[in-house]
Every structure is written in structure tokens, then in C-alpha cells.
Design a protein around this ligand. Structure first.
Ligand SMILES: CC(C)(COP(=O)(O)OP(=O)(O)OC[C@H]1O[C@@H](n2cnc3c(N)ncnc32)[C@H](O)[C@@H]1OP(=O)(O)O)[C@@H](O)C(=O)NCCC(=O)NCCS
Length: 178
């Protein structure tokens, strides 16, 4: 488990398949700026999880009382690591996602010999842009018509944080086995 101050990131286990399926299938979870997820059964989610690429990992974002409030994951585009995240609507705007992203960035730079982490976000998704900027990412540019959202191709901003921008751990207080 990766521990921050307000949230922990806990690797997804088989028994989380139900909640992950509920979240992924719920349009309110992915929000209005991200594509609607393909509807998947719990069994399909489990199968998908079993077949993740080696550099892809899924984590549950938990509050300190153990309540599950969201999802954050990393995957690789070639040698580059990319992250994605979402919170349940009732837990938004408390700084939880910003902390989850900081914990993830600390973890990736501390554990992997990488120089760059990136994230893409719909140009209209101000909350996500704020999260990335507060976590030390820089806006690099615009990717035109990169996301199919609710029947329309929309532009996204590409953000990144380089190892030299990061310099040292910001928030990861400890990594523990469960
Ligand atoms: C994007 C998301 C993960 C942010 O999570 P969160 O825990 O609410 O984020 P935080 O509270 O850490 O930070 C959000 C910031 O955006 C700000 N914000 C929220 N809505 C905003 C808006 N419409 N315009 C401008 N700023 C906004 C908040 O005030 C906060 O900034 P502050 O800390 O300076 O007050 C959450 O909104 C979500 O799950 N959305 C749906 C899924 C999604 O869009 N995922 C990202 C895909 S790239």
C-alpha cells in the first residue's frame, strides 16, 4: 500500500472487481469530459485485469478510514508512463485526487528508472487540469481531436512531469505490505 497523508493507494485485488465494475459502468464516475466506458460485467473486468500489460497497474484510492473513493492507474505508452484517475462524485473537491496523483508520481519516480510521466485531459476538464498543475505537471500542448466524448471528437491537453521537475518525494510517507 502506498500511503499519503489523506489517502492511500491500494493495488486492486480480485475482490475489488465488483466495485471497479460499478464505477467503470457508471457514467457519473467517468464524468462528462471522458469517454463513456464500455459496459463490462464483473467477470469481464476480472478477465481484463488478469490480462493487464506488465507496465499497467490499477489502484483503489482509499481514505484513511479505508473507504474506497476512487481509482488511479498507470500504463505505458512505449517507454513512457501515463496515468489516469477518477473519484466518486461525492468525494470530489477535497484535494483527494491531487494527493493521489502526487503519491503515484513519487512511487513511479522512486521505483522505476523513468524520466517522464504524462497525462492527457479534455481541454474542458478544468478540475483535472488543476489536479495535474497542483501535482507539478506542465502543460505541453494540445492534441487535436484525441478523445471521443459523448458522440464528439474533442481536443485534449497533454501534461507531463519530468524527473528534474519532481526532484524528490513530495508526499509518499511510506509503502507497506498489506
Ligand atoms: C478530475 C477529478 C479526478 C478531480 O478530483 P478531485 O479530488 O475533485 O480533485 P482535487 O480536489 O484534488 O482538485 C480539484 C481542483 O479543481 C478545482 N475545480 C473543480 N471544478 C472546477 C471547475 N469546473 N473549474 C475550475 N476549477 C475546478 C477545485 O476547486 C480544485 O482546486 P483547488 O484545490 O485549488 O480548490 C474529479 O473531478 C473526477 O473524478 N472527475 C471525473 C473523472 C475525470 O474527469 N477524470 C480525469 C480524466 S483526465
Amino acid at each position: 500500500m502506498l500511503e499519503g497523508r489523506k489517502v492511500n493507494l491500494r493495488i486492486v485485488e480480485k475482490e475489488d472487481a465488483l466495485i471497479v465494475a460499478e464505477w467503470f459502468n457508471n457514467p457519473d464516475f467517468s464524468g462528462i469530459y471522458d469517454p463513456l466506458n464500455e459496459q463490462l460485467s464483473r467477470a469481464e473486468i476480472e478477465k481484463k485485469y488478469d490480462k493487464l500489460a506488465p507496465k499497467e497497474k490499477w489502484f483503489i484510492i482509499e481514505k484513511k478510514d479505508g473507504s474506497k473513493i476512487g481509482f488511479i492507474g498507470h500504463f505505458a505508452v512505449g517507454e513512457i508512463f501515463e496515468i489516469g484517475y477518477a473519484l466518486i462524485p461525492s468525494e470530489r473537491d477535497h484535494g483527494y485526487c491531487t494527493e493521489a496523483v502526487k503519491v503515484m508520481v513519487d512511487y513511479l519516480f522512486l521505483s522505476k528508472d523513468i524520466v517522464r510521466i504524462q497525462a492527457g485531459t479534455n481541454v474542458e476538464n478544468k478540475a483535472s487540469q488543476k489536479v495535474l498543475e497542483k501535482a507539478g505537471f506542465n502543460k505541453e500542448g494540445i492534441m487535436r481531436k484525441a478523445l471521443f466524448v459523448r458522440g464528439k471528437w474533442t481536443d485534449t491537453y497533454l501534461y507531463s512531469i519530468l524527473r528534474e521537475d519532481w526532484r524528490e518525494p513530495k508526499i509518499l510517507t511510506k509503502a507497506t505490505s498489506m
